[in-house]
Design a protein around this ligand. Structure first.
Ligand code: SF4
Length: 60
């Protein structure tokens, strides 16, 4: 299955709305909570959460 998103910037492979990498289902994405994610996407989102946690702990 494929889909297209009006927020996807095909030239830069980024999300125009979030101004970050397009990871469908990520926090803030129009698909968040509306779709069942593949294991690969779930792992990428978990990776983002880990980055956030490490950024917060680095600032202390
Ligand atoms: S992250 Fe979500 S809202 Fe942004 S371009 Fe990708 S699918 Fe669309």
């Amino acid at each position: 299955m494929s889909f297209s998103c009006k927020n996807y910037d095909y030239n830069n492979d980024k999300c125009l709305m979030l101004k970050q990498d397009c990871i469908p289902g990520r926090p803030g994405c129009v698909l968040e909570g509306r779709v069942t994610l593949s294991e690969a996407l779930t792992d990428r989102i978990k990776g983002l959460e880990q980055q956030k946690i490490s950024c917060k702990t680095d600032k202390k």
